[in-house]
Each structure stands twice: as structure tokens, then as C-alpha cells.
Design a protein around this ligand. Sequence first.
Ligand code: AMP
Ligand code: ZN
Length: 462
Amino acid sequence: MPLRLYDTWTRTVREFTPIHPDHVGLYCCGPTVYDHAHIGNLRTYVFEDVLRRALVLNGYNVRHVVNITDVGHLVSDADEGEDKMEKGSRRTGESAWAIAERYTAAFMNDWRALNLLEPALWCRATDHIAEQIDFIAELERNGFTYRTADGVYFDTSRQDDYGYLARLDVAGLQAGKRVAPGEKQRATDFALWKFSPPGATRQMEWDSPWGRGFPGWHIECSAMSAKYLSPWFDIHCGGEDHIPVHHSNEIAQTQARYGTRLANFWMHGHFLLLDAGKMSKSGGDFLRLQTLSERGNDPLAYRYLCLSAHYRSSLRFSEAALDAAQAALDRLRRSYARWPQGGKPDAASVARFKAEVDHDLNLPRALAVLWDVVRSDLPPATRRASVDCFDVVLGLGLADWKDVDTPELPAEIAALADQRERARAAKQWSEADRLRDVMTAAGWLVEDSAGGQVLRLRDQTE
Ligand code: AMP
Ligand code: ZN
């Protein structure tokens, strides 16, 4: 079955076919590095990583580009307020450049801890100022811009289908919003270049044909995706909040310069929610991956939690849900570690798993296939080889996991444990008890838990 993905542009699940035979271009909007990433942001990157792995499973060579926003993202999406970087600099007392460095490094640590595949390219907005200026100059030549006292703006009235991605009610938006005279002309227009405030120097500013200042937030993604993937590539991703503003504006710009809507597929991850509502970085009240580690959870348990919900539904975070994900992951790891290598995957299970992945990344159902295999009576080596295939997409790093708490099981005990698990599955209780006695006599205590049996070496004093 071919890979089918939901496209926000068409609002349908449709078959994915690559534009170029040799690679798939994937552009994902990356972090704004004025603070740590919160686990909501990270949910979006886990979704994008699973998408990339699903493409690899389908035999595609993926060119994955992620940007780092280190300038120009203002506190309000309506082009108002301070640059988040300068605000972050005031908060920490460090320079905007220093916090960009620090939070980029912290972000990379989270990235690795979640076992996210390294992109082909990370690109920073501040390393691409010339490309952004060129882009704006071209928009100006094509008649899509105007100047105000505080910057150069994109004129959204020049495009009949502005906001189509979000199905924006443009007329309603214009009527409902007051726009300050002398500033932008319409509520939907947006900044391409902002001037440094008169008489003041910003930490991050550059000369341009229009005056000293800095780029608006959206232009970086149009400029860098065109440079590294071409103006027409396969898939563009981000969180659902990007649909009405950031991605609508990227499309407007690229349409105005190149006549394309950037990507054939637009895909969006839905939000992670807290009981209190939406988790937001600028609210200052957010959970980091490190916060989860400090309470004893493995970052990969958070990854497992993300996999347990479909990327197009909201996921409400709770400590109980995270603990359940941790317990499931621990169970999976312990089972996996007991199974010997050298088997062949079970073709039917692998096909079932792939069918779920190919159906718009239905990871909750793919996980159900995984658990069917774990609990099946397939030979242990077959189960291990099958789970290895699944982990190409799940990215739980099962083969790399080392159980530091449990001593390694000798092969004969592992075989007995497996035999007993199958006896239990077949409800052959007396056989299961007999096998437990054999293992106990050999020095291994067997405890039955909801997730299967747990073995530990008997303390000699017991
Ligand atoms: P930012 O660093 O704020 O530019 O956001 C980075 C990514 O996280 C973007 O793709 C956002 O759409 C996404 N994002 C922001 N908040 C959440 C959330 N609560 N849940 C999931 N994704 C989010
Ligand atoms: Zn972007």
C-alpha cells in the first residue's frame, strides 16, 4: 500500500508521490531560540521525525532541512511588540547572540535525547540575511510591498487566495481589526523588514536597501527553503499554530516571487495541552524534557507517549500518562532484551505495521501491532527481528538499550522464561508453575506483572 498523508492545503488524506525521483524534500520550521524548548514544541519534532522515518520505510531518500529562528520573531504574530530574542536577552542579562548559542545547544541536546534523526541541514536565520534581503527586493520589484514608518510590508490584497491554507476569512479579519494609521494597511499584511527603532541600536541589525533593521519572521523560511530545497518541494511541516499566520505568509511570499506554494504537502502536528490549557513558551510556565528527566522519566518515555496519540489529535499531558508510557517502554525493553538475535521478521506483522504507518502515520495502531507481536507465540528471535523493523519508525532505540538493573539472563533461563510466557498465554497454569519452579531452583525469582514476567537473581541470603 502506498504512503498516504493528510495535507492541510487540500484538507484530505492523499497518496504521497515525490516530486523528484531521487529524494524527498522536507522542510520543518524549527525553534525560536530565546528560551528552552518545552515538551509541546518537542511533540511537533517527534511527529516530524516519525514522518521522516515513515518516508525512509517507504524507500525514500529524505533531504530534511530545519531552520533555527534567531532573529525577527516578534512577541505578537501581528508584527507588534519586541523581538523575542532581544526580550530573552533582557530576561537573562546575556546578549541576544549568546542566548541564541546557548538555547540552540540546549535544543540539540533535547533533539538527541529524543532519538530524533539529524537533519541534512540546520540553517540559521542570521546566516541568511543576504538571501532574505534578495527575496524582499524581488517582492518589491514584483509590486507586492509597501513601506511604512517602521518597515517594509507585504501587501496581501495583491493575492486573491491569500490565506487559503487556513481558509482565512480575510474580509472578516480586515473588518474586525483596527490598524494604526501610518503602519501596515491591512490586518493580514505582514512585515518583511523592520527598521531599527529611531535613535536606538538593536543587538541584531543589518543594513538593507530600505534602511538599517532586521528581517520579519516569515521571510527566513521562504528564503532558506527555496535555497536548500528549491521553491517547489515535497513536504513542509510545523505545529498547527503556524497554519493561519506563519505558513500562510510563507506561501504568500513564495507565491509572489516564484508562483509556487512551496510544498506539495503541508503537514501540521496538533498541540500538546496541559490541564491548564495550551503550553506556550512565552508564558514562561512550561515543562522541559529535563524537568521530566529530573522526575525520573526517560526522554524516550516521552517519545513513547507522543507515539501513543495520533499527530492530528491534541494530546493532554499528565504525569500519570507519562508514567504509563514509561511502564510500557520498560516492559517492551525487558521483553526485547530477552529475545535472541538472528531471526527473520514475521512478514505478516511487518505488513500490518507498515499499513498503519502508511495510513497517515497511525502510530497508535502501529503500536497495537507491536504489542500483538510482543505477546504472540511467535518464536522469540522472530519477535525480536519484527520489533527491529518497527523500531525503524518508532525510534525507541531498543537495540541500544542496556538494562543496568537486571543482570544478563543466561540463554537457558531466557529459553525457560519464554516457554513459560507462552504457557501463560495459553492459560496452561500448571506448566507455567512447573517452569517457574525450575527457574527458581536455578537461582532466578520470577514475578508476574501486568506487563509480563520479571526475573531477578535470587539474593543468596533469601
Ligand atoms: P517555536 O520555538 O515557538 O517557534 O515553536 C517550535 C515548534 O513548536 C513550532 O512548529 C510550533 O508550531 C510548535 N509548537 C508550539 N507550541 C506547541 C505545543 N503546545 N504543542 C505542539 N507543538 C507546539
Ligand atoms: Zn517557518
